[in-house]
Design a protein around this ligand. Structure first.
Ligand code: GDP
Length: 484
């Protein structure tokens, strides 16, 4: 019954959205990616590019001068925080530091006044919805029982390198009996150790992607509530949860998590999106090695599965398919020389292709791009002995260090970026290949160096445009067709 109510709610919502969009053409664009993938920077740069007018040659409507004006408007959903565009932009432009990251959902509405190809004046409303990718990876839980989830999570945690990180949690787990009496202190401890294990997996050195439940790492206002206080148990092959058992308590809380966290997100946000960009910090995965890359591939498959979940219900099939374009974007491409940008794209395409094959009929158009929403480096040829090596110039953030040198945040240095292999397959095979190869002859390892945002000269017209890599291609794919 509750599923029917859910369906009815979804359909009513879809009708309302449809009605509004009929009179007032609107795209709801979802921007997601795991924590630190680059969502905040991407959205800030995208809005700035539209509102100020950036150098975006591939974004046809703007490049050909058909966009008369783009401006921010009050957002439609009163219960969702506004994306803090102004302060994020100030951080980038005036303070030359990266803005603070996404920890919750937020939204911003942009109105674009443009001229159609045939000369008619039109407006397109773009609602940008920014939400943590961790929430997206929770959607598959809707189709999973506690028992399925616990068995899968446990199996995953017993493979390397996860097993190593899970040692403390596993030791505690061994002291619990699923069929024993429910026990709050033991459950609190299990949830704490399980969450620590999840957090360790997300560490830079491991960069694991597949980690539901997402709210364990980003609890927000639910921190400490029972819906977030559960963990997988080692379940017997046979039997079921009896009243009053630890097992039954975990089942109850797992279901509460789905009711309180996952379903509302699906209904109020995810099911209403028209287009989606998924940002991926693929470089972090390369640096961590092949396991992280396989993990990323599994996470991307999981994400594409979510889009299928979105269209599997009978009633929503009555309405036009919602998400009709999905773009996977590898971010921070400015850490690589331009000769590697296509290779970065190829790796992501390879990771997604399998997912697309598995997810058969998502029905959506899918594309892949390697981009830098804000380009923090410049390319140059730097003399090394008799050779001139292609290198990147950038200003490492204050406190960053390489080769014993600690940077003050104001010194530009030349780095020799790692090269990606020409054959994407090599990265997935692992073994011989571990992370990016650093080309620095003296062994300096610049792979993890974080650069400050670029130093920009003020334009004659005021605010300078932000330099980027292929942001215009992303825009063209995501909204270009609606500005024809
Ligand atoms: P979010 O957690 O997905 O919102 O990620 P952010 O947008 O806050 O980005 C996380 C960090 O990645 C930033 O603080 C930057 O250090 C880095 N970053 C994001 N986008 C770019 C980019 O286009 N170029 C470079 N060089 N660094 C970036």
């Amino acid at each position: 019954f509750s599923e029917l109510v859910e369906e009815a709610r979804l359909s009513a919502r879809a009708l309302l959205d449809y009605g509004e969009s009929f009179f007032n053409p609107t795209i709801r664009l979802g921007v997601t990616g795991l924590s630190r993938a680059g969502k905040t920077v991407f959205i800030t740069a995208l809005i700035h590019g539209l509102v100020r007018g950036g150098r975006l040659p591939v974004f046809e409507a703007l490049a050909s001068g058909r966009i008369a004006r783009a401006y921010l408007a009050p957002q439609p959903d009163d219960g969702v925080p506004r994306f803090a565009y102004e302060s994020h932009l100030r951080a980038l432009l005036a303070e030359r530091r990266w803005p603070s990251s996404t920890v919750d959902i937020s939204e911003l509405r942009l109105v674009i006044e443009f001229q159609r190809g045939n000369g008619a004046e039109r407006t397109l409303t773009l609602d940008i919805v920014d939400y943590p990718g961790e929430w997206l990876l929770d959607l598959p839980l809707l189709n999973k029982s506690y028992e399925e989830w616990a068995r899968e999570s446990l199996a995953l945690s017993r493979s390397e390198p996860r097993a190593h990180l899970a040692a403390a949690w596993h030791a505690h787990l061994a002291t619990l009996s699923a069929e024993g009496r429910e026990d709050e202190p033991a459950t609190l401890e299990a949830a704490r150790l399980f969450t620590e294990y999840l957090r360790a997996c997300r560490d830079d050195r491991f960069a694991m992607s597949l980690l539901p439940p997402g709210r364990f790492l980003m609890p927000g206002n639910l921190a400490g509530s029972p819906a977030l206080t559960f963990a997988p148990l080692d379940l017997p092959a046979e039997g079921h949860a009896t009243d009053g058992s630890l097992w039954a308590m975990m089942v109850r809380r797992y279901e509460a998590y789905k009711d309180i966290v996952v379903r509302p997100f699906f209904r109020d946000h995810f099911a209403r999106l028209d287009r989606q960009i998924v940002l991926v910090d693929a470089l972090a995965a390369f640096n961590a090695g092949p396991e992280a890359l396989h993990d990323l591939e599994a996470a991307l498959t999981g994400i594409l599965d979510c889009f299928r979940v979105g269209r599997s219900s009978v009633l929503s099939a009555l309405f036009r398919p919602r998400i009709d374009r999905i773009l996977f974007a590898a971010t921070k491409a400015d850490h690589l020389h331009h000769t590697s940008h296509d290779r970065l794209e190829a790796v992501l395409r390879r990771a997604v292709n399998r997912a697309v094959a598995r997810a058969e009929s998502t029905g959506a158009e899918i594309d892949v791009v390697a981009l830098a929403a804000v380009r923090a480096t410049r390319e140059a040829l730097v003399a090394r002995g008799r050779d001139k090596l292609p290198s990147l110039l950038g200003t490492p953030a204050a406190g960053e260090s390489a080769n014993g040198e600690i940077f003050d945040g104001n010194t530009e240095v030349a780095t020799f970026p790692g090269e990606l292999p020409a054959d994407a397959e090599e990265l997935f095979k692992g073994g011989a290949y571990r992370g990016l190869s650093s080309a620095a002859a003296d062994g300096t390892d610049f792979r993890f160096l974080r650069f400050r945002p670029p130093l920009l000269e003020p334009d004659a017209g005021g605010e300078p445009a932000l330099p980027h890599i292929r942001l215009d291609r992303a825009l063209q794919f995501l909204i270009g067709d609606r500005l024809q």
